[in-house]
Design a protein around this ligand. Structure first.
Ligand SMILES: *Cc1c(COP(=O)(O)O)cnc(C)c1O
Length: 388
């Protein structure tokens, strides 16, 4: 069975009514026949049929043994870090999602977990950062917003040799484009808020484990800490996933067209998209991804925030907002928005220049999106009296 068919048919019709859409079991508790005798459900923090359907679906889609749904992507990340104990260390991608950095720095450091950051685009840097205390390697690929790619297979091999777990934040690629467990990862996390749910209408997180043993540990943490996803948001996420491969294919086609267009613009300096042959990690992206994804970043010849600010306010279809992965196109200015809390010198060092703009390319017609960007670029150039 091919993937799109599997997604649509892996959740059976409701046994009770035949409902083809997974029912939303909006209930906290379940009536028991006798103390401890129930139908497999006793309390919705522990288990809920709508959430269970989503958890089964994401486990299948990522090729893992178990899936778990959380109240946000960060709650999912938090559950994975709770596998560790005080004194343990993590080696993490230096270009990490800001919320994960904040969690590691302001919550887990004081609980005795230390994180070492490395440029994971070269697996030998991961090996060099591992100490006898390292228990977990944390990578994101592609990264936000400069779309650096790490070789999951090579890093998993390195981690295995050092008896460390590997967790991949697969938010940017989604399982339609990349399956980290098949490449050797032990755990996958998602901000399902982005491509999986796909419509900018829910905050959700997911964890998938390679093995049943790890699955039991995450299940314990999920129930013990309690940051579960509610039934309605589970239903919305299932509904989003049903069209995931179609959406990711189109997000990627649109993104490639836009990246190609941006490279022709004299006003634009760097274009970051793994699908461009000039991207430094293009070869590995080709190897491990089926699609290059829906995020394109670029910066300007005149590397000034004022110029970029004008540009992001001049588009018609690309709406100025944080987040990504939805059907409607968004754009943001990381230095003033998502990456504002990072000191400017460190931010610039990781490639996020003062004029860097991140596009979340939606499912509008690519011609309209290109025209939108072209008009905004011309208008901004005119206002700043720059020759395009
Ligand atoms: C958005 C995001 C998160 C956090 O997810 P929330 O659902 O916002 O909590 C984690 N990782 C990446 C790569 C993200 O883009």
């Amino acid at each position: 069975m091919k993937e799109q068919t599997k997604i649509l048919h892996s959740i059976p019709a409701d046994a009770l009514t035949g409902a083809i859409s997974t029912p939303i079991y909006q209930t906290s508790t379940y009536v028991q026949e006798a103390p401890g005798i129930n139908k497999g459900y006793d309390y919705s923090r522990t288990n809920n049929p709508t959430r269970a359907a989503l958890e089964q679906l994401i486990a299948e889609l990522e090729g893992g043994s178990n899936g778990f749904a959380f109240a946000s992507g960060l709650a999912a990340i938090d559950a994975v870090i709770k596998l560790l104990s005080a004194g343990d260390e993590i080696v993490a991608v230096n270009d990490i999602y800001g919320g994960a950095f904040r969690l590691f720095t302001h919550i887990y450091r004081k609980l005795g977990i230390t994180v070492h950051y490395a440029d994971t685009t070269d697996a030998t840097n991961v090996a060099a950062a591992i100490t006898p205390k390292t228990k977990l390697i944390w990578i994101e690929t592609p990264t936000n917003p400069t779309l650096k790619i790490s070789d999951i297979r090579a890093i998993a091999k390195t981690a295995k040799a050092a008896s460390c777990l590997v967790c991949v934040d697969n938010t940017f690629a989604s399982p339609a484009a990349q399956k980290p467990i098949e490449l050797g990862a032990d755990l996958v996390v998602h901000s399902a808020t982005k491509y999986l749910a796909g419509h900018s209408d829910v905050i959700a997180g997911l964890v998938v484990t390679r093995t049943k043993e790890l699955g039991e540990k995450i299940k314990f943490i999920q129930n013990a800490s309690g940051a579960i996803l509610g039934p309605f948001d589970s239903w919305l996420t299932i509904r989003g996933i049903e069209t995931l491969p179609l959406r990711v294919a189109q997000h990627s086609r649109n993104s490639q067209a836009i990246a190609d267009f941006l490279t022709t613009q004299g006003f634009v300096n760097n274009v970051y998209y793994p699908g461009l042959a000039t991207h430094p990690n293009h070869a590995i992206a080709r190897q491990q991804q089926k699609y290059f994804g829906g995020v394109v970043s670029f910066d300007l010849r005149i590397d000034e925030t004022a110029v970029a600010t004008q540009l992001v306010q001049s588009t018609r279809y690309f709406k100025l907002a944080e987040s990504l992965g939805g059907v409607k196109s968004l754009l943001c200015l990381p230095c003033e928005m998502t990456h504002k809390s990072i000191p400017a010198a460190i931010r610039r060092q990781s490639g996020v220049s003062d004029s860097l703009i991140r596009l979340s390319v939606g499912l509008e017609d690519a011609d309209d999106l290109i025209e939108d960007l072209s008009t905004a670029i011309k208008k901004t150039a005119r206002n700043f009296a720059i020759l395009v």
